[in-house]
Design a binder for this molecule. Sequence first.
Ligand SMILES: C[S@@+](CC[C@H](N)C(=O)[O-])C[C@H]1O[C@@H](n2cnc3c(N)ncnc32)[C@H](O)[C@@H]1O
Length: 206
Amino acid sequence: VNVGQRFARLATDAVVRRPALWRLFRGSIRRQFDKLAPAWDAIRSGGHLESLKAALDAVPGTPRRVLDAGTGTGTAAREIAARWPDAEVVGIDMAERMVEEARRLNPSELEGRVRFERADASSLPFQDGSFDLVTLANMIPFFDEIDRVLAPGGHVVFAWSVGAETPIYVASERLREELQRRGFDQFQELEARPGTAFLARKTERG
Ligand SMILES: C[S@@+](CC[C@H](N)C(=O)[O-])C[C@H]1O[C@@H](n2cnc3c(N)ncnc32)[C@H](O)[C@@H]1O
């Protein structure tokens, strides 16, 4: 585990406890990922999306508007678009160079349906209830924003490539607690070794 990974875990733990602390971490996390962007896909392990896929398999229905927050080079966004041919997918990342890579890797057949924007997940540039599904793969969660941009009855997926060993990781108990407090239900824990994932639904009441 290197210094950057330790720092990422420290930032995750702090921000999940106190989201207001994000402003202290934002600059260094962004610089870290801007630097990693050109090599990101090369340093990922082959099966790093397996747990995300297992969670997508468990999503009921056919989501049409999907947000992948902290999309990095956009692998999850493209996977989602391939799986649901009618879905419109937005991938956001605050690291400009990640967004550049994601756009570069987007095949022309997906151009109309998959787009990438630079944005901060702590303050999303989308209206309330804009999405049926929000995905986060190896990404620090901002629960209030996830809740706000999801439509009632929509789902959220958290995926961790190497489970609790993932540098950016939040334990299922903590996810459940934060989501329950905001009225989410139908929690499911999933596993696709070495990865894990967590699925939840925002209640229909809105
Ligand atoms: C560990 S990488 C994961 C990338 C991709 N989801 C994957 O699994 O390959 C985390 C990504 O989230 C981005 N990120 C971290 N905090 C963010 C925030 N508050 N808003 C937007 N992007 C963020 C980073 O720039 C980085 O690209």
